[in-house]
Design a protein around this ligand. Sequence first.
Ligand code: M6R
Length: 364
Amino acid sequence: DKAGHKHFMAKEITEQPAVIGDALGHYLSADGRDVTLPGDGLDFSGFDRLTMVACGTAYYACLTAKYWFEQLAGMPVEVDIASEFRYREPPVTPRTCAVFVSQSGETADTLAALRYCEGKADTILSVVNVDESSIARESDLALPIHAGAEIGVASTKAFTCQLTVLLLLALKAAKDRGAMSADDMADTLSSLRGLPATINHALELDDDFAKAARRLSEADNALFLGRGLMYPLALEGALKLKEISYIHAEAYASGELKHGPIALIDKRMPVVVMAPRDALFDKTVSNMQEVMARGGKVMLITDHAGAAETDEGVWRLIEMPEVDPVLAPILYAIPAQLLAYHTAVAKGTDVDQPRNLAKSVTVE
Ligand code: M6R
């Protein structure tokens, strides 16, 4: 049932404020000031490192989480693609917490990576949408993301719910390891409780994204750039776009631009820049200027403060609602999704069942 939407993907995009709210309801204490996990006893102060393994969009959720665990909890984190991890014979030290993120809980490579860690890692944790899945069953602790059934092949609400649960885990780790005060934690959780409303505001920009997407749909190639927490989001934006619109898209950390990809820039190359006005904004702006100086068409997705500091010459500018910088990746998933969705609609591709793709990749 598409609930009046043309596609499951559109329905699932609009469900995000509700399902994120639901996920928060399951993981916050009654007074909203603390994180509570199902099952007792998970304590991040006993771990030396986190090893996070996943595929596709779930891998980008892990990459985002790496920034959170490092910055908030001071915890060393490595992130790996499951198909690489499982065959590389990586050493897994005993005080490792291994985390597997999977919407379906059935992805063959992720499951094999989990089995590789059995008997090696201290704890096997999974972050899943399907509670009865193989990955959930074989974990010491499975944390459901509460996104509800996701039908569209392109992952949308599962991604933002994965991010929400991973951020809550990073906050719990910060507290367990004495890296964050109870008051700072309560402040971040309070911003997080306001996030569904902010996402609703972003969803109201649907027409702006549809207009921008009509221009993007004329391109053969696109680049996505981001720095810091926006780098994994750039990767997710490029994956969404290629997956459903079949436009060739690549993402780079903004600082990598001059190490190669800048050679691709000409007037036919749209460059989507995801950049709220955060501590790294000025650096991203200078990368953007390098693109514009070479005729590249910049589509800047920023907030009010960022828009105010941007010069002329930007091809398209979309102004997002303001958000606590730590939550920006969850909010900026919306533009990544809406741009891809409307580009696919403009191109007339099969949004919910893109060619060659399966919802759950149970063979390697
Ligand atoms: O079910 P999983 O989360 O393990 O699936 C992982 C990937 O196959 C999945 O995220 C894929 O990249 C999506 N189609 C992306 O939209």
